[in-house]
Design a binder for this molecule. Structure first.
Ligand SMILES: [Zn+2]
Ligand SMILES: [Zn+2]
Length: 279
């Protein structure tokens, strides 16, 4: 297949996933605003129509640019260009393929955590990452709505190991589909609970959009636990509280360790009366 064919397929696949998953959430949840208390993590807060248009335009634009790059890379690999992707199990065996797939997942997820945390540095946050945090009540479409430079950094993180770490093509595709699906779920704003033991539920990243500088992880909860950036009970967080660990409620509380928020506990539906639409 020609380069144009690869790029066309990648763009169709990228936009298909973006509007396919986003569309499911739109039909299944976002249209049912009257029943928001039953499904929405923040039933009293909605993005304006303008903010929704903006997230879809920016998200779709980023998806197209990233898909062009992915299509080019896939063509490069398929034409025998340099990469460590392999196509037959006979090349390295099943056990090796499983281990390197898991390794690719863990390493890239850790790097995504690090890059996201870096974007929360005061200067980078104000100049770049603030774009993604415009949406304090995200939807699935927010997943790709960010500064294009930030999107390019995350995509580079997923591609760079493919020149170093041998990985079977099926394992690679599985990790990419899994990571992208989780990004949509994390931004959905829907109270879906936790599906897998190593992965916090959507409320974890929804809280990131509410409280800003905390809960940086993409899929594994491990990194925020390891580096102390998981949200804690009794700490103050907000747009101007940088550092990832919040601030004490009172000066006397300084240095006191408080427990982590338990995202596995189901949250009770909010009474539907008196819904408002801020911001
Ligand atoms: Zn962020
Ligand atoms: Zn986000």
């Amino acid at each position: 297949m020609s380069l144009t064919g690869f790029i066309a397929m990648a763009v169709a696949g990228g936009l298909g996933m973006y509007f396919g998953i986003g569309g499911i959430f739109e039909l299944r949840y976002y249209r049912h605003r009257d029943r928001a208390a039953e499904w929405k993590l923040q039933p009293r807060r909605w993005p304006s129509a303008k903010a929704r248009r903006h997230e879809i335009l920016l998200g779709a634009g980023n998806t197209v640019v990233a898909s062009v790059a992915s299509g080019w890379f896939a063509h490069h690999v398929a034409s025998g260009g340099t990469s460590t992707i392999y196509w037959t199990l006979g090349a390295h065996g099943v056990a090796f393929s499983v281990v390197t797939t898991l390794g690719y997942f863990v390493v890239t997820d850790g790097l995504l955590y690090g890059a996201h945390r870096m974007f929360h540095h005061r200067v980078l946050f104000r100049s770049i990452h603030r774009v993604h945090h415009r949406w304090t009540s995200p939807t699935a479409f927010t997943a790709a709505a960010m500064h294009p430079l930030e999107f390019a950094v995350y995509q580079s993180i997923m591609i760079a190991p493919l020149f170093v770490l041998p990985i079977h093509v099926v394992g690679l595709v599985a990790v990419l589909v899994y990571q992208n699906t989780i990004a949509f779920l994390d931004h959905s704003g829907v109270n879906l609970g936790s599906l897998l033991p190593w992965q916090p539920p959507p409320r974890f990243h929804d809280d990131h959009h509410v409280h800003f500088h905390v809960n940086y992880g993409q899929t594994l909860g491990l990194w925020d636990r390891l580096f102390g950036t998981w949200r804690r009970v009794g700490r103050v967080y907000g747009e101007h509280v940088f550092g990832g660990r919040g601030a004490p409620l009172a000066p006397a509380d300084r240095g006191q360790a408080t427990r982590y928020v338990d995202y596995r506990r189901p949250i009770a539906p909010v009474p539907s009366a008196g819904l408002d639409t801020a911001p």
